[in-house]
Write a protein that binds this ligand. Structure first.
Ligand code: ZN
Length: 295
């Protein structure tokens, strides 16, 4: 049975990009925090199924809850970085982005007591507008990135990018890109492995999609979820209709669904997957060679 990669983006319900402008950053500290309890619930579920996961922790959360970061590491999981302040990459300057990922890496490494080598951008916001971020990540010592979603979406995605993990070489150094999983139906890449797609679409969609990646492509799937997605009691915030639907739909059913997923498939950390796949990864995929930027 193929071992897939499990990942959790550790942030609170009010950090989510859909609430940008609705909960200003200046109010974050006064909001009821539920991230520790929700993450611990996920840790308990993973223990139950003997699964290790990668946790992309938001630096802002790690700074306020270093013990949570330490607990994640001590329970055998990988601590990785979700940046510091949950700002979309394409809304930042290059130097602001550098400060953000450097600050997150330093404080997460301090709390976890081990090296942090993986990064995932808020809302998968490495897009054609922000490909320069890959160079910054290499310079800041990240070994892999999981921010380029090979789909079409209103806020993120590069639909022509490779669906499978690949290596991007830049001036003698490299970074490995690990995209969240999709399956191809005709000319379209369809997301099959996580977040809203996992909560909103019926469970058999995810099971079918991961099965398809595992059996047809003989490749591991990369799955992702957030701690707030197993918390149906979280305070309701006001967003637009689409945002509310994407954030709140089926929160009450997600934990049971996750348990089903963990029974149906095997999972381990993204780091494990990257380490094992390193030699087989195609060097400079067709997409990476045509990256429309240079320096
Ligand atoms: Zn996030």
């Amino acid at each position: 049975m193929i071992v897939n990669a499990m990942s959790i983006d550790v942030e609170d319900y009010f950090h989510v990009s859909v609430f940008d402008g609705i909960v200003p950053r200046t109010q974050w500290d006064s909001m009821e925090s539920r991230v520790v309890r929700n993450t611990e619930r996920l840790l308990d579920i993973f223990d139950e199924f003997e699964v290790h996961s990668t946790f992309f922790v938001l630096g802002w959360v790690g700074e306020r809850h270093p013990q949570l970061v330490r607990t994640i590491a001590n329970r055998g999981h990988e601590v990785a970085s979700h940046g510091y302040a949950h700002r979309l990459v394409y809304d930042q300057t290059r130097s602001a982005f550098r400060d953000d990922v450097r600050r997150a890496k330093a404080l997460l490494e301090d709390a976890a007591g081990r090296r942090v080598t993986g990064y995932r951008a808020p809302s998968y916001s490495i897009t054609p507008r922000s490909l320069w971020a890959l160079d910054v990540l290499i310079e800041e010592g990240y070994a892999y990135d999981s921010s380029i979603f090979p789909i079409r979406h209103d806020r993120y995605g590069i639909s022509v990018s490779d669906r499978r993990p690949y290596r991007i070489e830049r001036l003698g150094r490299s970074i490995i890109e690990v995209p969240a999983s999709t399956t191809r139906i005709g000319p379209i890449n369809c997301p099959v492995a996580g977040g809203g797609y996992f909560r909103i679409l019926p469970y058999f969609w995810t099971r079918w999609g991961i099965n398809r990646v595992n059996t047809l492509e003989r490749h591991p799937a990369i799955f992702y979820l957030h701690p707030w997605e197993v918390d149906p009691e979280q305070p309701r915030l006001h967003a637009g209709r689409l945002g509310r639907f994407r954030h709140y739909f089926n929160l009450q059913g997600t934990e049971a669904r996750l348990r089903r997923l963990l029974s149906d498939f095997r999972f381990d950390t993204v780091q494990k997957f990257v380490t094992e796949a390193r030699l087989e990864l195609s060097q400079n995929s067709r997409f990476a060679l045509s990256l429309p930027y240079s320096f």
